[in-house]
Ligand binder design. Structure first.
Ligand code: IPE
Ligand code: IPE
Ligand code: MG
Length: 246
């Protein structure tokens, strides 16, 4: 067993590769997204069981609106169906569910499900699950800047009082530990506008495995990778700020 502090507090996942998984089987892209739900369930279950504090899943980016209307509407329907289907189980597992992203751009029926799911699970003490929908790291930074600017113009805040802590408090993930481990499936090695602020010191784990095929052993491999990292946070190698598996 790795030592207890070898475990990330906050895992973020870019769930990529559904489209390629489907194409390889002659299925529609939406069928690929549907197949990815089983992996979502597995990761939530694993994080809950292992006492990981927070899991943030990238489900739909600000830029994914550029996809064909058919895929976008298929995804919106899938999000609604998945929430309807999973919310009882999530609540039973004491998961605290939240959604981050530009909510007003989402289908109204999805916004209603989101509000209900958040309200229902608000007091749950278990895993803190964030689902990023119509989310972009740049969008989040801009909305934080707007919030702070409003406080400045109302006189509640002076510009000079804005520091990293106050800025982080205006972001969607305020109050959560920063991402320790960022997993991306599907083989691409890029951020694609995910947690631009909160992943500043995340360990990056890229795997070619496509999201619908990302299995327990792959999740464990990502955790083992993390446990082997030496996290320096800018300190020198001889005096690392924190050796994960030490
Ligand atoms: C990720 O899978 C899911 C979303 C972006 C909604 P993709 O749909 O990007 O799958 P690939 O990258 O085309 O295989
Ligand atoms: C990132 O995947 C977004 C999500 C997984 C939700 P994309 O498939 O949209 O990213 P790019 O286009 O390959 O950068
Ligand atoms: Mg993709």
């Amino acid at each position: 067993m790795p030592p207890p502090d070898a475990k990330p507090r906050h895992i973020a996942i870019t769930m990529d590769g559904n489209g390629r998984w489907a194409a390889a089987r002659g299925l529609t892209r939406v069928a690929g997204h549907k197949a990815g739900l089983a992996t979502v369930r597995m990761c939530i279950e694993q994080c809950s069981q292992r006492g990981i504090e927070a899991l943030t899943l990238f489900a739909f980016s600000s830029e994914n609106w550029r996809r064909p209307a058919e895929e976008v509407s298929g995804l919106m329907t899938l999000f609604v169906e998945a929430l309807d289907k999973e919310i009882d189980e999530l609540h039973a597992k004491a998961v605290h569910v939240r959604f981050i992203g530009e909510r007003r751009t989402l289908a109204v029926r999805l916004q209603a499900r989101i509000a209900a799911a958040e309200e229902r699970t608000r007091a749950n003490p278990g895993l803190r699950l964030q689902v990023a929908l119509s989310y972009g790291g740049r969008w989040d930074i801009v909305q934080a800047a707007q919030k702070l600017a409003q406080q400045c113009s109302s006189g509640a805040l002076a510009a000079g009082e804005i520091d990293e802590e106050r800025f982080a408090d205006a972001l969607s993930l305020a109050g959560l530990p920063e991402a320790d481990l960022l997993i991306r499936t599907g083989g691409e090695q890029r951020i694609s506008n995910f947690l631009l602020w909160e992943a500043a010191y995340a360990e990056l784990y890229f795997t070619p495995v496509l999201w619908p095929e990302f299995a327990l052993a792959d999740f464990e491999a990502a955790l083992a990778f993390y446990a082997g990292r030496e996290r320096r946070f800018g300190a020198s190698a001889s005096a690392p700020a924190r050796r994960v598996g030490a």
